[in-house]
Design a protein around this ligand. Structure first.
Ligand code: ADP
Ligand code: MG
Length: 332
């Protein structure tokens, strides 16, 4: 199977939404966003051994490669239009490609996001996707838009993906002992994350600032705090007791639970700010998008760019001795 046969067989996407005038096969694809809307553009690269284990099923890898990119559109409140796929492959394995494309294009179809181009080459397995979405001018959920006194929210659940990763690595006795439906669920959260695309769009005009949680809550919240020049209280015991933490994570020893929830990574949830006056609107956005959200703190003008771990009454939450939490940084 040659390069062009490979592309024709696996990466010819039938989906042709209104925002795509020409898909792949020519020198460029042509996008036709709704008149007056802004294009939202984001790229994410996935490298074997860094972002996924060599053993990951190809269908799950296809899903995840697009999911992490759609998550960036979600965090901006953008509607997905199209994406490109740059792919380096050690060999043209037809069964592997078929399963990979199935996972990739099923998620693309579910979000009306068309594969419109890419590049295919031989080399160590590496995937680089660029997504294009659209958002009305002035309505994107930017990281610099949080305001003093805003509530702090998170969507879905935090920490399950990290728990699954530690189980795969053979770390943590409680993680290694996971089995049955609990293991299936946390593994699913690592390998097949759900981008919160509908919630992101429902939060336009409701939330102020928003980011997706890819590198751990404290790391990604930290980006909002730095951009907005604010601090935030994170009510740690409220968070641990809430529906934002699954029973499997809550059952871990405290230091491990805190690592998963506050610095886990790979959650692909949304962390966002909204004024207290918008609480009913946040609840409606959550209901409309079928995505639970939990209020876990508030933004303050004190101590800019720092997240303060505290109890709901504002008293300082002491981390277990020796536990250091930070967002993931490839070069740290
Ligand atoms: P060029 O020589 O201009 O780089 P290519 O020969 O690499 O173009 O690709 C031919 C066509 O196939 C282009 O339209 C390109 O967008 C598309 N294509 C290449 N790889 C992929 C891929 N992995 N998925 C989707 N389309 C692809
Ligand atoms: Mg090319």
């Amino acid at each position: 199977m040659g390069e062009f046969e490979l592309i024709r067989r696996h990466f010819q996407h039938a989906l042709r939404p209104a925002g795509v005038a020409l898909g792949n096969g020519d020198d460029c694809a042509l996008l036709a966003p709704t008149a007056g809307q802004q294009l939202a553009v984001s790229t994410d690269m996935l490298v074997e051994g860094r972002h996924f284990l060599p053993t990951v099923p190809p269908e799950a890898l296809g899903h995840k490669a697009l999911a992490v990119n759609l998550s960036d559109l979600a965090a901006m409140g953008a509607q997905p239009l199209a994406f490109t796929l740059a792919l380096a492959l050690p060999r043209a394995d037809d069964a592997w490609l078929k399963a990979f494309a199935r996972g990739l294009l099923a998620l693309a179809d579910a979000h009306g996001c068309a594969l419109v181009g890419g590049d295919t080459t031989a080399g160590p397995l590496n995937l680089c996707l660029t997504v294009f979405g659209q958002v009305p001018p002035g309505q994107a959920l930017r990281r610099d838009a949080a305001q003093d006194g805003d509530d702090l929210y998170v969507s879905g659940t935090l920490g399950d993906a990290r728990l699954a990763l530690e189980a795969f690595r053979g770390e943590w006795a409680a993680a290694v002992a996971l089995d049955g439906p609990v293991w299936t669920r946390v593994r699913h959260r690592l390998e097949r994350p759900t981008p919160r695309v509908a919630l992101g769009q429902a939060l336009r005009g409701v939330a102020h600032a928003c980011a997706d949680v890819s590198d751990g809550l404290l790391g990604d919240l930290g980006h909002i705090l730095a951009a907005s020049r604010l601090g935030a209280e994170v009510w740690v015991d409220t968070l641990l007791a809430s529906d934002a933490v699954s029973p499997a994570v809550r059952a871990l020893p405290l230091a491990q639970a805190l690592t998963c929830v506050l610095a886990g990574g790979d959650d692909y949830e949304l962390v966002f700010s909204a004024p207290p006056a918008a609480r009913a609107a946040v609840t409606r956005a959550a209901q409309r998008s079928g995505t639970p959200v939990t209020r876990i703190g508030r933004f303050t003008g004190r101590a800019p760019a720092r997240a303060h771990l505290c109890h709901a009454d504002g008293a300082r939450f002491e981390l277990p001795a020796g536990l250091a939490l930070s967002g993931f940084d490839h070069f740290a």
